[in-house]
Design a protein around this ligand. Structure first.
Ligand SMILES: NC(=O)c1ccc[n+]([C@@H]2O[C@H](COP(=O)([O-])OP(=O)(O)OC[C@H]3O[C@@H](n4cnc5c(N)ncnc54)[C@H](O)[C@@H]3O)[C@@H](O)[C@H]2O)c1
Length: 435
């Protein structure tokens, strides 16, 4: 029997997404189709995975919903903000991820999802030129408008709870700045001073969400919630935050494959990853300042798995390079190549090649679903601040760098963290140690 102290998932859950592009329109269409029994939510662990709870003769394998109360797909209401005015139907058609036959059955519902005006700054994504934006607002005014948007959406749709998830374009790289990011007071002052250099529009969304009692998920590599000021706000409001950057294709493979090399005690001399991608995300990432944000996120994956401090003979000075090339003919069907130069017995070199012909948004949609549902769960379970148990889904998991914490990138360690958190929230013993 469930002994959980988690509040029930009763009423409607509003999922408000920032960005109504390829990922989010694919996500919404899939959820609406699944609700009608016309598609399967493949790739969602909430929908499919079963984990063990209990030990020995008491062991049983349960789905996440059998362990903890998680919102049903039928209770979700979608909202969005975007720079472009296209509704979710038009956006799904434009993205060309799904074929018409998989969109038309839910056309009416998709057409109802019309984006609110974006809190946007052209300097943060120069390749975008839509006009569905808040005009002439300071950063603080953006926050106030977004807060009012969230309140209005919640009331209009009779939602019990809201989750806000960023799946909008990658912004230019915003490095940590002591003056603006170290404390909540400093962040608020920088927003009030309209400090556009240190306050990205995404920070306004995160601030607004947390202040309105909504968990915030960062699906792009933006450093938005990777700052102590946001952790302070999350603690103050008792809200969970998760980020950053959906771990979909190449990095999923990387965080699953690197443990083979480290567990087997093979050496690494280089890992070269390249991609071709032709959707709007690829277009934005073609801008060097925006790519820099993605590069930092993608490069971080190997650091804590193939660790030179622990194994200097095997992992000192390996060369890690990541490239993304904008190539329109492929649209959302990203192709990734990995060349891995390893060495074995007595230092003899070997190579591994991985060629992943994936579909970006098809991989990202179930991650977005799980992150929203599990962030909502976390908030009902009274968990606030950085949600490390969601690292499994993220390329560059959040961690407290002010305390010398090291992020966990190892896919299978991340899975243990996910399972243990679910067990604990479900009133079971967290019984697997992370070595
Ligand atoms: N698909 C994947 O596999 C994957 C993996 C990891 C991360 N991501 C990230 O997810 C994000 C979305 O990817 P996508 O393929 O859907 O991109 P997309 O370009 O199709 O959609 C992004 C949308 O965000 C909007 N936008 C940009 N700035 C905004 C703002 N300030 N406010 C509101 N809307 C804004 C754009 O107008 C665009 O419609 C990107 O940042 C991408 O890097 C995607």
């Amino acid at each position: 029997m469930l002994q959980t102290t988690v509040k029930p998932a009763s009423g409607k859950l509003g999922i408000m997404v920032v960005g109504l592009g390829a990922v989010t329109s694919t996500f919404m269409t899939g959820v609406l189709m699944a609700r009608k029994g016309l598609a399967k939510p493949v790739g969602s662990m909430v929908e499919y995975d079963k984990i063990r709870v209990g030990k020995g003769k008491d062991a049983k394998y349960l789905s996440y919903r059998e362990i903890v109360p998680i919102a049903n797909l039928s209770d979700i209401v979608f909202g969005a903000w975007d720079v472009y005015p296209a509704n979710a139907y038009q956006s799904a058609m434009y993205a060309q991820v799904l074929s018409e036959k998989d969109i038309e059955p839910v056309r009416d519902e998709l057409e109802q999802i019309v984006p609110l005006k974006a809190a946007f700054d052209h300097n943060y994504a120069k390749r975008l030129c839509g006009d569905n934006i808040m005009q002439g607002k300071t950063r603080w005014e953006m926050v106030e408008q977004l807060r009012s948007d969230i309140r209005g959406f919640k009331e209009k749709n009779g939602c019990d709870r809201i989750v806000v998830a960023w799946a909008a374009s990658t912004e230019i790289y915003v490095p940590y700045n002591e003056g603006a990011h170290s404390t909540l007071a400093a962040l608020e002052q920088a927003m009030k001073d309209d400090d556009c250099q240190h306050i990205a529009p995404s920070m306004c969304y995160a601030y607004a969400a947390l202040s309105e009692g909504a968990p915030f998920v960062m699906g792009a590599p933006n450093t938005t919630v990777d700052i102590p000021a946001m952790w302070e706000l999350a603690e103050k409001t008792g809200m969970p935050i998760a980020g950053k950057d959906f771990k979909t294709g190449q990095t999923l493979v990387k965080s699953g494959f690197a443990p083979i090399i480290s567990t087997r005690c093979l050496g690494l001399s280089g890992w070269f990853s390249t991609n071709i991608l032709g959707n709007r995300d690829g277009l934005v990432l073609d801008e060097p300042d925006n790519f820099r944000t993605k590069e930092v996120s993608k490069l971080s994956t190997l650091e804590s798995i193939l660790d030179a401090d622990k194994q200097p003979d095997l992992y000192t000075d390996y060369y890690h390079k990541v490239r993304i090339n904008y190539y329109p003919p492929r649209n959302d069907n990203k192709e990734g190549w990995d060349n891995i130069d390893i060495f074995g017995w007595m230092g003899y070199p070997m190579q591994i090649k991985i060629n992943f012909l994936c579909r970006d948004s098809i991989l990202a949609a179930p991650l977005l679903l799980d992150l929203c549902l599990l962030s909502d769960l976390a908030s009902r379970a009274g968990r606030s601040g950085i949600q490390r148990f969601l690292s499994f889904y993220l390329k560059s998991p959040m961690y407290d760098f002010t305390k010398g914490e090291v992020p966990v990138n190892h896919l299978f360690q991340q899975y243990v963290m996910l399972k243990n958190a679910l067990r604990e929230m479900g009133g079971y013993e967290a019984d697997e140690e992370i070595d």
